[in-house]
Design a protein around this ligand. Structure first.
Ligand code: ZN
Length: 367
């Protein structure tokens, strides 16, 4: 450029001590691939009457950097350039070029499927610009199929919590199967079927070798006519009801075997009673059960309200309409931490929403 402008007296600042020293002839150019550059630079310098070469620190060389940026852009032959706030010159792209650039940078050979903001940052760093680049990058990433299939699970609930309202023990049970558990237990059981009473928090669980309809039905009839007492669980004080499940079912606190060995006051009183007196005491306790249940109901409602309140804070409403294309979490759920299947798709699809039910339930069919 300086030659074309007919400049005779030139000051050259370089932030590489080595290159400056080489041009001054103080050092020899040893690297073979640098020799042609050195020769070309020396030839250029010969065209000026006076040339002063000096070395500056990189931090003090901003001016030269900016000038070099312009020279590089001009060398590209771009018709239009724009300068960003950080003094970088960018080449303006047309719609078609922009679309190609996004695709190349996101999902091309060197594409790393970066997020929209990172993608925009990278394109900008590479010296390209167009007015809607931020939005275009965001939109492109949203629609990238590979990104959708490998997207992380959404941990924000899409719907508020709908607490189950029950007012008596054993009115409703929450059932859940968990597993497969590896390694299997000594009895070759790999699953656990657990049930918790919504009201008293009474819990029952059975081990299963396989999840079969027949076994689940048998378990259901078992919990419907509670026979076995899981003392450890049922005598644990529950925050939700401010009571123990056992007390809510039987009206009295369970007598743990330990308490029989180390007599507590209650046992001492009971042992001094005749069977007639004991019956009366028991009836009085049962009469008081209604009141106890009523108290637990109130505590439960307050607890549910607190839970809902905490839950609703995290809700990010998200709903689908009939005809929307969706992906579903693939089962079994892939947790790369445990299985190492980092590259397996986390989502199954594609599906189309066929019917919308209440409380965030949908019927989906293959697209
Ligand atoms: Zn992608």
């Amino acid at each position: 450029m300086a030659v074309e402008m007919g400049i005779q007296d030139l000051d050259v600042y370089g932030d590489s001590q080595l290159v400056i020293s080489q041009l001054l002839g103080e050092y020899e150019v040893k690297k073979e691939d640098l020799i042609p550059y050195h020769k070309h630079a020396s030839r250029l310098l010969d065209k000026f009457d006076i040339v002063r070469l000096s070395h500056v620190l990189r931090s003090a060389n901003k001016m030269a950097n900016a000038l070099a940026g312009i020279a590089a852009t001009l060398a590209l032959g771009a018709e239009e350039t724009i300068r960003s706030f950080d003094k970088l010159w960018s080449r303006c792209l047309e719609d078609e070029e922009a679309a190609k650039t996004i695709e190349e940078f996101h999902s091309g050979i060197y594409g790393a499927h970066q997020s929209g903001s990172k993608l925009h940052e990278r394109i900008k760093r590479m010296g390209y610009y167009w007015p809607s680049m931020v939005q275009d990058c965001m939109e492109f990433v949203k629609k990238c199929e590979a990104c959708q299939f490998h997207a992380n699970f959404i941990h924000q609930p899409p719907e508020p919590l709908h607490p189950n309202v029950t007012s008596l023990p054993f009115e409703g049970w929450g059932l859940d199967v968990f597993g497969p558990i590896t390694p299997k237990s000594s009895g070759v059981h790999a699953y656990t079927l657990a049930a918790t009473d919504y009201f008293s928090k009474w819990a029952e669980a059975i081990p299963l070798r396989e999840v079969e309809k027949r076994k689940c039905c048998r378990f259901h009839s078992h919990i419907s006519s509670i026979g076995m007492e899981y003392l450890k669980e049922s005598t644990t004080y529950k925050n939700a009801t401010h009571s123990t499940p056992y007390a809510l079912v039987y009206g009295v606190e369970a007598v743990l075997p330990l308490k029989l060995q180390i007599p507590s006051l209650r046992i001492a009183i009971q042992e001094g009673l005749t069977s007639d007196e004991n019956d009366k005491l028991r009836l009085a306790e049962l009469e008081a059960l209604d009141e106890k249940i009523l108290q637990a109901q109130q505590k439960l409602q307050c607890y549910q309200a607190r839970m809902s309140h905490a839950f609703i804070k995290k809700v990010q409403p998200c709903s689908f309409q009939v005809g929307d294309m969706v992906l579903a979490v693939s089962r079994p759920i892939i947790t790369s931490r445990k299985t190492g299947s980092k590259f397996t798709s986390k989502w199954d699809g594609r599906y189309v929403v066929r019917e919308v039910y209440t409380n965030g339930a949908y019927e989906i069919v293959d697209a």
